[in-house]
Design a protein around this ligand. Sequence first.
Ligand SMILES: Cc1ncc(COP(=O)(O)O)c(C=O)c1O
Ligand SMILES: [Zn+2]
Length: 407
Amino acid sequence: MKNVTGARCTLCGKNFPAEPETTVCPECGGILDIEYDYDYIKKQLAEKPLASREERTMWRYMEFLPVIGIGKRPRLRVGCSPLYKAEALGKILGIRDLWIKDDGQNPTASLKDRASAMAVVKAEEAGKDTIACSSTGNAASSLAGNAAAAGLHACIFVPARAPKGKVAQLMMFGAKVFLVDGSYEDTFRISAEAIDRWGWYNRNAAINPYLMEGKKTVSLEIAEQLGFQMPDYVAVSVGDGCTIGGVYKGFKDLFCAGLIPKIPRIISVQASGCCPINTAAAAGTMDWVPQEENTLADSIAVGVPRNPVKALRAIHDSHGITVNVSDDEILAAMRLLGASSGVFAEPAGAAATAGVKKAVETGLIEKNSSVVTIVTGNGLKDTANAIRSAGEPVHIRPEMDDLEKYL
Ligand SMILES: Cc1ncc(COP(=O)(O)O)c(C=O)c1O
Ligand SMILES: [Zn+2]
């Protein structure tokens, strides 16, 4: 890979070769960060400008990605999700310019497809035919779908509380699925032991540094869709912290390659009932403390985050802000996104927008700001909470008299 200069430890700072199976720092166990040769990237972009490219997937940005190629196996179409100018919602929230990046429109309906597509390519590079992960649900269903398309096996560990929609996806994609009676922390631990024992390719996001490189393509797209004019803020919901790390990394890479004039400030949104990263960020410390997982937003119910270092750095280095939202605020944001914009978000997918609303109301961000809110997962994955948010429809007999009562 001519564009990659290595994998640097986020704790001890040592640089290591970026091999397909590179995971954490062999010396101190720290999480690794893939580094690039930005002069090389600039040359590639000068030879083949982005605007001239026909590829309409996340692989459009090859020189920013740690792969040689994407192989010959069939792939799902991941990335290039829409960025909507949300005029009506912007008015409701009182923000001058608001955009919604609807990543629920990825093939398995979440942003995690970006990471899983990357995992499948790296597993092939490593010569593995089985990939495994633990997940609150979406990383798992995206891995199962992307692996199925490429003809690889997926072995999945999810907490038993995972919503039915996500579990249905796993079964439909033919994965070997283990519902773990325990917390996400328990699920992660048993998956790590099993991966060690059976030698599968490890798609656990914090452990595998390549996955964040897939996730960062969401930022590359936002930038290109906005003509490289950066918004003031980008809002994202946070669980393990890999997604926010990826969002920041994408903007940082673009900035270092000279494509954007500034890095947007990142709004880190967590649920009030489970916010270890925001609590640490607000206190100005890297020493986060585990919390209970008390939120209906299952994807971000992560009491022991796996990637706090990259998440906290993303908030700090982007001069970001933190907002915690209650379950009621999340349910209200789901209704707002749906009714004002036709975007259907699962609770964790709507949390970022709940955070934007709250940030405006509490004066954390100015009303004349420009903001991109990322919807990270589709509402069809969790219809129970969707109904809880939007309510039940009216029941009628098939008689006009009955209908008249309501219209
Ligand atoms: C829909 C959705 N939003 C947000 C997140 C948070 O991502 P991370 O755990 O990388 O912080 C997840 C993770 O599962 C998710 O599925
Ligand atoms: Zn190290």
